[in-house]
Design a protein around this ligand. Structure first.
Ligand SMILES: [Zn+2]
Length: 86
């Protein structure tokens, strides 16, 4: 069965693979799809080892998607600002 390939872009060298001690590929999404935005967070960049297929994620590349909860918090913040200005 043919598996639909995830669209990624190789943007350079990443860190060393802890299994193979070779530089991994630094990858990013070639496109931030609707599906990615539906998740609570995603990684903007990550490393991939072409040798052992190890995938390494880093906290610093974690991107949180806007949730409904987040929007409510922002709304309340704006309301507070409004009252402060009264
Ligand atoms: Zn490896």
């Amino acid at each position: 069965m043919k598996v639909k390939k995830y669209k990624v872009k190789i943007i350079g060298n990443g860190e060393e693979c802890k299994n193979c001690n070779i530089l991994m590929q630094r990858r990013e999404h070639s496109e931030i799809t609707h599906k990615i935005r539906q998740m609570s967070y995603y990684f903007s960049e990550w490393d991939y080892c072409s040798n052992c297929k190890h995938v390494q994620h880093y906290e610093k590349f974690k991107v949180f998607n806007k949730t409904e909860k987040g929007n409510i918090a922002k709304y309340l913040e704006e309301q507070n600002m409004l009252f402060k200005n009264l």
